[in-house]
Ligand binder design. Structure first.
Ligand SMILES: Cc1ncc(C[n+]2csc(CCOP(=O)(O)OP(=O)(O)O)c2C)c(N)n1
Length: 373
């Protein structure tokens, strides 16, 4: 079961007749998924340029993994919860976050919901039931399990879904989360985006199991390996797992077999450790190109409508950056707010002292937002 790889959309852009007959995805759904994938790709390419030109300090992306996270997140309802790693900006777009808010987060300015308290790309979107990105790997797994267990306890029919990389399966939190979820039949879906690399460490140095999916067997839950560059398979497999969870049948582990086409982050250069030819062979499997072939062959999109979707995404990004760059830095007092509902007197005194000190010395004139990395 766990080593067979599920695929619906073949690399030539054709799909199995059975999927076509049985899928509940409408043309409108397919367009929405495609538009979100394009916005996510444009977001990546343009954000890297912002980083290289010193307008944001750091970027961590998902090029090549758009089908994996957008296809799967499309299977959720809006009141379900997502606990992300850091390679899932498309989930936030699907859940309705404003592009400007994402850019403000990367700039750490006053438009950032976390007021610059997080690293760039460590998004948080409470209104969209999207938990905050955490820097320490795999900590989101117990968070997702906890909320799923709480929902079950309170008889709320929601499902919680969490993303993590294959490197994160070497963390204790992976074991703790999967074991607890299986024992207490919590409504959670685990998606391991196996993109082959944990920074410069290849998957062969994480595990000698024949797959990530097979690990599910020992926890007593289904484990499914799926072609992560196949957006339709990602949707279908996740939908089945979400339904299973919602019906009270417990968790599922999904291994999305994919590849990181970019470097680990803007601070990394993957050319230093990738074997020759590996990137080129995966570029042939680009999930956006594959989906485009399907949409064109089905006349759901035309070359003209594809161009318009891409141009609109570029324009949307340009406008959002313009607006985000007008937003100032978070006010000094936000260093003290956001912890207590009613601020304790001792903290208030410290805040006032600091504000007075700022008045006495003047505010920093370094407005570059340069990130100290
Ligand atoms: C507990 C912990 N250990 C180490 C790191 C440093 N680190 C950041 S990302 C990363 C690689 C993670 O690989 P993986 O889980 O496969 O996810 P990917 O980046 O490939 O999506 C490492 C080791 C960290 N953030 N947290």
């Amino acid at each position: 079961m766990s080593s067979e790889i599920i695929q619906v959309l073949k690399e030539d852009g054709t799909v199995s007749p059975l999927f076509k007959k049985e899928t509940d995805l409408t043309e409108q759904d397919l367009k929405k998924i495609y538009e979100t994938m394009i916005l996510t790709r444009v977001y990546e390419e343009r954000s890297l340029k912002l980083q290289r030109s010193g307008r944001i300090g750091f970027y961590i992306g998902c090029k090549g993994q758009e089908a994996s996270h957008i296809g799967s997140a499309y299977a959720l309802k809006m009141d379900d919860w997502v606990f992300p790693a850091y390679r899932e900006p498309g989930v936030l777009f699907l859940r309705g976050i404003a592009l400007k808010t994402m850019i403000c987060q990367m700039m750490g300015n006053a438009g950032d919901p976390t007021m610059g308290r997080q690293m760039p790309c460590h998004y948080s979107y409470k209104e969209g039931n999207n938990g905050s990105v955490s820097s320490p790997l795999a900590t989101q797994i117990p968070h997702a399990v906890g909320i799923a267990y709480a929902a079950k306890y309170m008889k709320h029919k929601i499902v919680s879904l969490t993303y993590f990389g294959e490197g994160s399966t070497s963390e204790g939190d992976f074991h703790t989360g999967l074991n607890f979820a299986a024992v207490f039949k919590s409504p959670v879906v685990f998606i391991c985006q196996n993109n082959q690399w944990a920074i410069s460490v290849p998957v062969a140095r994480q595990t000698v199991s024949e797959s990530i999916a097979i690990k599910a067997k020992a926890y007593g839950m289904p484990g499914i390996k799926v072609d992560g560059n196949d957006v339709l398979a990602m949707y279908q497999v996740t939908k089945d797992a979400v339904e299973r969870a919602r019906n009270g049948d417990g968790p599922t582990l999904i291994e999305s077999f994919t590849y990181r086409l970019g470097s680990h982050s803007s601070s990394d250069d993957a050319a230093r450790y990738r074997p020759e030819g590996e990137l080129e062979s995966w570029e042939q499997k680009d999930p956006i190109i594959r989906f485009e072939k399907y949409l064109l062959s089905e006349n759901i999109l035309t070359p003209e409508s594809i161009k318009k979707i891409k141009d609109d995404a570029e324009e949307e990004f340009t406008q959002a950056v313009k607006e985000a760059e007008k937003v100032g830095l978070p006010p000094l007092e936000t260093l003290f707010t956001g912890v207590y509902k009613d601020m304790p007197e001792s903290l208030r005194e410290q805040m006032e002292d600091l504000i007075n000190e700022q008045k006495r010395l003047g505010a920093s004139e370094d407005n570059s937002m340069a990130f100290p990395l």
